[in-house]
Design a protein around this ligand. Sequence first.
Ligand SMILES: *Cc1c(COP(=O)(O)O)cnc(C)c1O
Length: 396
Amino acid sequence: MPQNPKDPNHPGRRVDWSHTQFETRAIRAGQDPDAEYNSVIVPIYQTSTYRHNAIGDFNGYEYSRTDNPTRTALQASVASLEGGEWGLAFSSGTAATREVATLLDPGDHILMTTDAYGGTFRLFDTVFRKYGVETSTADLSDLDAAKAAVRSNTRMIWLETPTNPAMRITDIAAMREIADGVGAMLVVDNTFATPYLQQPLALGADLVVHSSTKYLGGHSDVIGGMVVGNDETLYQQLKDLQNGAGSVPGPMDCWLTLRGIKTLALRMDRHSENGMAVAHYLQQHPKVSQVFYPGLPDHPGHDIAKRQMRSFGGMVSFRAAGGREAAMKIVESTKLIMLAESLGGVESLIEHPDTMTHASVSGTPLGVDGDVIRFSVGIENIDDLLADLGQALERA
Ligand SMILES: *Cc1c(COP(=O)(O)O)cnc(C)c1O
């Protein structure tokens, strides 16, 4: 078994590879050769159930909603990379988000970043509102705005940094203090940065959430979510929800995510390098009026980003100088760079948030201006990317 259930690390607990560096842990943590055949790669345990030797005598795995060895390996891997004590995998980033919000009670308040993932806002504002959990938003990159927005019943502060698509940066350590002021839990959706670029638990977050659909998986071939933390009580509550509410990923999805994670460091280095080159290119282009990228020195969050991130990642947003029509023309004119929602894969994807990813919040305070384009910069050759972007901009 990749994770002997008699091992105190089971299930989903961090495996102690703490003496090794991130790149090494991405390849090995949670992924010991299986005991039976010494397979170097964790097998896909495509089974729903497990044989008992006798009543009460089974080797830790009973039923795959509760635990599955491939999932255990993924959980231990991501826990190790985030520097958390434990990790739990879910069927999507949205499912992970829902389980975290389920920790709250009627009457509680969630304060979230204004331009957090639209689906997260929709989930809180529709499903959880019905159960008496209130949600409000504020620009949490502005600490004064954050302080003014917390309420006496704020029990959860939900952060994304960088945000999407405005690429706002929030000081995670400063938000810890604000959360402590009202006794709220601090949750960071670390999907954009990944643990390679930013480790929120070390900066004071209680929980880290991921859409592993994006950079962790990294190949646009699987939907998944993760929650990572240190607190034992939160683990028990979320573990009970994982089993009891049942939003678990299948073993094949866990395996694909684990395979993606092995190259996370390499990919993020190249995403960041290409992201920076694209941001510089766009900044000097006459068809572009503004670039949002935390790696640019004139970005308002640059100094904080430099402090809390290793590098700045592969997400770049910009405004088309010609306005909404020009923005739509540009995203429809790229050839190598595909017009598609989602992000974080090895291939470059471009989109128009106001009519695509953010259409559901169009016209609300969470909406995105029509001239904004979001670019998930892939790891292709940078000259090919700039040539394609250049010809598309010329058509606007
Ligand atoms: C995509 C995304 C989600 C939702 O994850 P799914 O896997 O699509 O359910 C949550 N947060 C962020 C930042 C995302 O980009």
